[in-house]
Design a protein. Structure first.
Length: 502
């Protein structure tokens, strides 16, 4: 059962026959998404792409895919999962599964109540589909949403009915639908236009939020899925010879191999190119001989283990190491969030900053401490919160998403020290929370900390201090949580880590 909906991202890619064609580069399944929900998800995804740093990572993913011309060549036989641009798909998953912004949208009435936070889905990997599938090949009740990210700075979207919607009114299938056309199938415009009820007011706001966005055309859908969509036969403008392609977006990186670029950066201190080469999704796989075992890369990670001051710019890292295998991360986990609701929610980061951790905890814990004690604490909530960075006062919708986190406990890559925040959330009883550090040495035991102790330890490691205003806000949230959770003691912490195999 459910209101099943799939989300697809398409882009022009260079195929093996050396022409550029529209192809699907990411597909995601949502079990409960219909009516206004696809519109809200679309608005959130487009907002994430408007963030310059996020858009640059998507550009890098597409540039790598086109430079290597690997689209569709590395799909395992009968695979249900294929995500050639995983970072862009991670943005989709966040947008359609999580919204921690409770501020009112533009056009709301001044006295309207705050919006409730939204969570759905299970985890990022749980919803990934095969990008080479047909647009109607998913388990579907309520249509699809498609985004064209060929130019991430200027994306377009549409909704499509793939053979019918479970809606009040019918709409045409196999053609691009605007937000209004899709949403009005569920909420026909029968309301009194002068005195609309609350639902109608919200429908209008959601539709209006997408009114100025560009709409995907039918020829894009037809080129992406030629067996499903048809347009009148006209000379194609989408298939372009590779010889006419514009220069690669990163020409200096094309001319350099990864090794010399890294050595140059380490010798000169010019690290800007390395951000593109090493951390942007897909760049590692572009140069197989410089894998995790490569000496310059390994040295960088050793530095992060031994001296956190050597990698202070944590907020700007797009973590390629997590993209190849989310369940088997290549590098040590330096910060780990372990949350328990109805199921474990694990979020591991290879590099972190105290300020980002404090902000992420504020985002998550403020909801639990507020009027939403029964908020569904899914894995996607912690993935979205801890994989993002934003300064105080920056809206949730404008957050930067510099990495895809790991969703497993540290097992194979145990070295150095891992910092952990544990939240055992019990809807009906007393939960537990606490910071701890775990040194991966023989006989090492977890060391518990309160918030102030954690921040003092961060400064001792050479990390930056967190503004006192942010610390005070988190302390106030933890105080409000006191009736529902208690801080872990040393013994309970050791028992917990032992039960987790840590």
């Amino acid at each position: 059962m459910g209101q099943r909906h799939q989300i697809f991202i398409v882009a022009k890619v260079i195929t093996q026959d050396l022409v550029t064609r529209y192809r699907c580069v990411g597909a995601y399944h949502h079990q409960w998404c219909y009516g206004r929900l696809p519109l809200r998800g679309a608005r959130r995804f487009l907002d994430l792409l408007k963030q310059k740093d996020n858009a640059n990572i998507v550009k890098a993913e597409l540039a790598t895919l086109n430079r290597l011309r690997t689209y569709g060549t590395d799909v395992p036989p009968d695979s249900f999962v294929y995500a050639p641009v995983p970072y862009a798909l991670f943005l989709v998953a966040q947008a359609f599964c999580v919204d921690l912004d409770t501020s009112l949208p533009p056009g709301s009435e001044p006295n309207a109540p705050p919006l409730p936070p939204y969570s759905s889905g299970v985890s990022f990997t749980n919803g990934i589909l095969n990008a080479t599938m047909g647009s109607s090949h998913g388990d579907n009740n309520d249509g699809i949403t498609v985004f064209d990210i060929t130019t991430p700075d200027e994306p377009s979207y549409c909704h499509v009915s793939v053979g019918g919607l479970e809606s009040e009114e019918d709409v045409e299938s196999w053609v691009p639908l605007t937000a209004a056309q899709y949403c009005r199938a569920y909420y026909p415009d029968h309301a009194d236009s002068q005195h609309p009820d609350e639902q109608e007011k919200d429908v209008r706001l959601v539709i209006e939020s997408l009114r100025e966005e560009r709409l995907i055309t039918l020829d894009v859908l037809a080129e992406t899925w030629p067996d499903e969509y048809k347009v009148p036969k006209v000379p194609s403008k989408a298939a372009v010879s590779i010889d006419t392609q514009p220069n690669d977006a990163f020409p200096t990186l094309v001319e350099l191999t990864l090794g010399p670029a890294i050595e140059h950066g380490l010798k000169t201190g010019d690290l800007d190119p390395l951000e593109d080469l090493v951390w942007h999704p897909g760049k590692g796989s572009a140069y197989p001989r410089y894998s995790a075992a490569s000496e310059p890369v390994s040295r960088l990670w050793t530095l992060s283990s031994d001296d956190p001051r050597s990698t202070r710019d944590e907020n700007y890292v797009a973590n390629e190491s997590r993209l190849g295998s989310l369940d088997k991360p290549s590098y040590p986990t330096r910060f780990l969030f372990i949350g328990f609701d109805y199921a474990p929610a694990l979020t591991g980061l290879p590099i972190f900053s105290p300020s980002a951790v404090v902000q992420s905890l504020k985002d998550v814990l403020s909801i639990l401490a507020g009027q939403n004690p029964h908020f569904k604490m899914t894995g996607m909530v912690s993935h979205s919160a801890f994989a993002s960075t934003r300064s105080a006062g920056v809206p949730w919708s404008q957050r930067r998403v510099p990495c895809i986190p790991a969703a497993t406990l540290p097992t194979e890559s145990r070295s150095g020290r891992t910092w952990v925040f544990v939240l055992q959330w019990d809807m009906f009883g007393k939960g537990k929370y606490g910071f701890a550090s775990r040194d991966w040495v023989e006989g090492g035991k977890p060391t518990p900390y309160d918030l102030r102790g954690f921040l003092e330890a961060m400064q001792q490691e050479g990390r930056e201090s967190v503004p006192e205003s942010d610390v005070g806000e988190l302390e106030e949230i933890l105080t409000r949580l006191d009736q529902r959770v208690e801080r872990m003691t040393q013994q309970k912490g050791e028992d917990f880590f032992r039960s987790m195999g840590m």
